[in-house]
Design a protein around this ligand. Structure first.
Ligand SMILES: C[S@@+](CC[C@H](N)C(=O)[O-])C[C@H]1O[C@@H](n2cnc3c(N)ncnc32)[C@H](O)[C@@H]1O
Length: 440
């Protein structure tokens, strides 16, 4: 089995010197001295207006007003205002120990998930040890004035980042994790870090909702993990922050995206992990047949409509083409989920996630696959993730917040099959759907 994986995969390769960073979200800043100061770059980014595609917006209006009820108008407002979007900063435990945490805290960022003092010091200890063992590094020249500032959208909906009770109040039922992510109540952006040969990047910028599927996966040291749809590698990096699996197989069939994935892995992980982290090039729909029952944990972060970026399709034609693709995606997604359920061992878990609000790609896919997989058992993420983190993310449906519910006919489907993060003013994280299935 192992050999087969090895032959069908390739080791991650050294990064070419000309590599440019692609790992940050759209519009994130590049630190590039030759093209002007970071401050100049910040201003340019803030001024830039993006045109949305009306064909896609009309489609969303039609579908999401039905599926999300009163949550849709505010979610729509966030999606149409990229300047309100927030970014999380996930620290890289393998890079040099730095003063970045202090900078983040001084700027009003707070830890997500909240860290107890004990777990924070455990993490620092691990980080320092990791660094001295793996890589020589120094701090980058990052200071608070490198951060872009945008006006807050709505103070009333923002989490209280100064509240100390949050440290003990929201304890996820997870082992002490070395995953460290910082979020800010306002849309403040750190500049992304350019690749520098011999250095590991210190942090990864991301939509903080992207961490939820990784938290739901509950990777432990020594697990064999498959990241079935892996490029560009954000969740693979998050997995490696949270534990040290015996094997992390990052699968990506698209050659260009696989290159991007390899570069991400090389920018964040020390070479000493190369034997544990491998890159595979299979069509994920068939992975489960070739590696049946081999993995403890499988993440299916499926190709999906990607509401945030599809809304900004560059032409009407592209938008319309994407809407046609959207209709076909559930078939592929269900096939990927079936394949993942075959790849996981009995007792192991599969997490299915997307970054669309669409029920057809979320709840309906999970329900379809469960119907023909009697060994699969849904697990409740509501109590485990949605309740403890409801201060930071808006989940749908969310009875505790008194939101108007979507159509009653959609409710049972909604709450049972997975949790959905809906972007809202002041907490613009998402869209992100996640569902966890255990193979009995
Ligand atoms: C949402 S992205 C994954 C993002 C990634 N997990 C991360 O966190 O950076 C979905 C990925 O699935 C890949 N994909 C598309 N078809 C696939 C297939 N048949 N099997 C496996 N992956 C596929 C796409 O190329 C894309 O890179």
């Amino acid at each position: 089995m192992w050999r087969k994986i090895w032959f069908e995969t390739k080791r991650i390769r050294p990064i070419p010197l000309s590599f440019k960073c692609h790992t940050a979200p759209d519009g994130a800043l590049q630190q590039n001295k030759q093209k002007g100061s970071v401050k100049d770059k910040v201003r340019k980014t803030i001024k830039k207006q993006r045109a949305f595609c009306s064909a896609v917006l009309n489609h969303f209006d039609h579908q999401y007003s039905e599926e999300l009820g009163d949550l849709w108008p505010s979610a729509r407002a966030v999606l149409l205002d990229p300047q309100s979007w927030q970014y999380g900063v996930m620290l890289n435990r393998f890079s040099a120990v730095t003063d970045i945490t202090q900078i983040l805290l001084s700027l009003g960022f707070s830890s997500l998930p909240p860290q107890t003092d004990a777990s924070a010091s455990l993490c620092y200890g691990a980080s320092a040890a990791s660094n001295s063992k793996y890589e020589e590094g120094q701090d980058t020249l990052l200071s608070p004035h490198h951060i872009s500032k945008c006006p807050p959208e709505d103070f009333s909906l923002q989490p209280d980042t100064t509240s100390q009770d949050s440290l003990s109040e929201f304890t996820l039922s997870l082992p002490h994790s070395s995953l460290r992510c910082y979020i800010h109540p306002h849309p403040q952006r750190f500049p992304s870090q350019a690749h520098r040969p011999g250095w590991l990047k210190q942090y990864y910028l991301l939509n903080a909702a992207s961490l939820l599927p990784v938290l739901a996966l509950q990777v432990r040291d020594g697990d064999k993990v498959l990241d079935l749809c892996s490029a560009p590698g954000g969740k693979a990096i998050a997995i490696m922050q949270s534990a040290t699996p015996a094997l992390l197989c990052c699968n990506e069939p698209d050659p260009h995206r696989r290159d991007w994935l390899s570069k991400t892995l090389e920018s964040f992980l020390p070479r000493s992990l190369n034997s544990r982290v491998i890159v595979s090039a299979q069509d994920g729909q068939f992975f489960g047949h070739s590696e049946a029952g081999f993995y403890d944990k499988v993440l299916v972060d499926a190709p999906c409509s990607n509401d945030r970026s599809w809304l900004y399709s560059s032409t009407r034609h592209q938008g319309e083409q994407r809407l046609k693709d959207r209709a076909r995606l559930p078939v592929l997604q269900a096939q990927l989920l079936r394949s993942a359920l075959s790849a996981v061992r009995r007792g192991g878990v599969v997490v299915y996630s997307t970054c669309t609000l669409s029920m057809f790609e979320n709840h309906a896919v999970v329900e379809t696959v469960l119907n023909d997989f009697p060994e699969a058992e849904l697990e409740d993420l509501w109590e485990e993730i949605a309740v403890p983190l409801s201060k930071y993310f808006t989940f749908s449906p969310h009875p505790a917040c008194g939101q108007t519910q979507p159509k009653p006919s959609l409710l049972p489907l909604n709450s049972r099959l997975g949790i959905l993060v809906v972007p809202q003013p002041g907490r613009t994280w998402g869209p992100m759907f996640l569902s966890r299935i255990r193979r009995k």
